[in-house]
Design a protein around this ligand. Structure first.
Ligand code: GRF
Length: 212
């Protein structure tokens, strides 16, 4: 089996990245984590990646100012250097340009802490509680130019308890994320989920019987 070479983009603690790294240690896992890139020099996840012997790079967004294209070109240079085939965003707090997103169409995925299309954007747990949601969760989706809007690959749901605080709910969702992301990356790396004709259907092709 030819494993897909994956880059993970992070900005912070990197717990989802760590879950992907752990999953990829299985010899039967169809992807290898070839590179971790952070846009912040002090992202805690960088140390976890290094401790696991994974190549890391920092592409600090600050010197690029408002030039998002130049930042994305610098990312692409790192991807080229490491022959990256798939990209996982994992707590990457930086908007990518439409042209970069389109260049990685069907090959770049993201995890978002809500059951999309509900609660796009930030503070999802606080907003789910405020809305009185009884079910909440996480989504892995293909990245599209519009934020948190790409076709859904897999979802995990968690119950919301009456006395939940945002932190309690976040912790429950995070556990689900750590199970969900490795499953979703597996589906994409094996080619069992593919983006096809996204403009028409907005729904990725999925084999019958595969659920998130
Ligand atoms: C996760 O909740 C993820 O869904 C969101 O950002 C958070 C990143 O956490 N996109 P971590 O860095 O993976 O621990």
């Amino acid at each position: 089996m030819q494993k897909k070479r994956v880059a993970i983009l992070i900005s912070g603690r990197g717990s989802n990245m760590a879950a992907l790294i752990e999953a990829a240690k299985d010899k039967d896992y169809p992807a290898e984590i070839a590179l971790v890139v952070s846009n912040r020099t002090n992202a805690a996840g960088l140390e976890i990646a290094k401790a696991n012997g994974i190549a890391t790079a920092v592409v600090d967004h600050v010197p690029f100012g408002k030039d998002r294209h130049a930042f994305d070109r610098a990312l692409q240079t790192e991807f080229d250097r490491h022959r990256i085939e798939l990209v996982c965003l994992a707590g990457f707090m930086r908007l990518l340009t439409d042209s970069f997103v389109n260049a990685w169409h069907g090959r770049m995925i993201n995890i978002h802490p809500s059951l999309l299309p509900a609660f796009k954007g930030l503070d999802t747990h606080t907003r789910a509680l405020a809305a009185g949601a009884k079910i909440h969760g996480a989504t892995v989706h293909f990245v599209a130019p519009e934020m948190d809007s790409g076709p859904i690959i897999a979802q995990a749901e968690v119950p919301v308890a009456a006395d939940d605080t945002p932190a309690m709910l976040a912790a429950r969702v995070l556990e689900a994320e750590h199970r969900l992301y490795p499953l979703a990356l597996r589906l994409v790396a094996e080619g069992r989920v593919q983006l096809r004709d996204a403009e028409k259907s907005k729904t990725p092709g999925i084999e019958p019987g595969v659920t998130g």
